[in-house]
Design a protein around this ligand. Structure first.
Ligand SMILES: [Mg+2]
Length: 107
């Protein structure tokens, strides 16, 4: 997903009213994070109920969409200084590739 598409995801959410009266207060941000949690749980439920590949993939997509959306909102309020998350993921992949087995943890 390109930065332009990430921006469009947020733009759609704004147009659909998901940012009406949203001011990036701690409660506003926490509510958005809670909704990301709810989408993660929907992946678990889709898997648990054996709903099949399409449903599981759709729930993954919902997680990413909500994450991208929140990133742009956080950028609008200067909480993060950019939303080119691909760059950050590539850097994290590089760093993780150098870490020890299971990153030194039991699981
Ligand atoms: Mg969902």
């Amino acid at each position: 997903v390109t930065p332009q598409q990430i921006f469009e995801i947020h733009e759609t959410a704004v147009k659909k009213g998901f940012y009406d009266n949203w001011k990036a207060s701690p409660e506003d941000v926490l509510a958005k994070i809670a909704l990301i949690h709810s989408e993660v749980s929907e992946i678990l439920e889709a898997y648990r109920k054996e709903t099949g590949s399409v449903k599981i993939l759709e729930e993954f997509a919902d997680v990413f969409i909500r994450c991208y959306d929140l990133l742009v909102a956080l950028h609008d309020y200067h909480i993060v200084d950019h939303y080119d998350i691909n760059l950050v993921i590539l850097e994290k992949m590089r760093v993780n590739g150098m870490r020890q087995h299971k990153h030194g943890n039991l699981i």
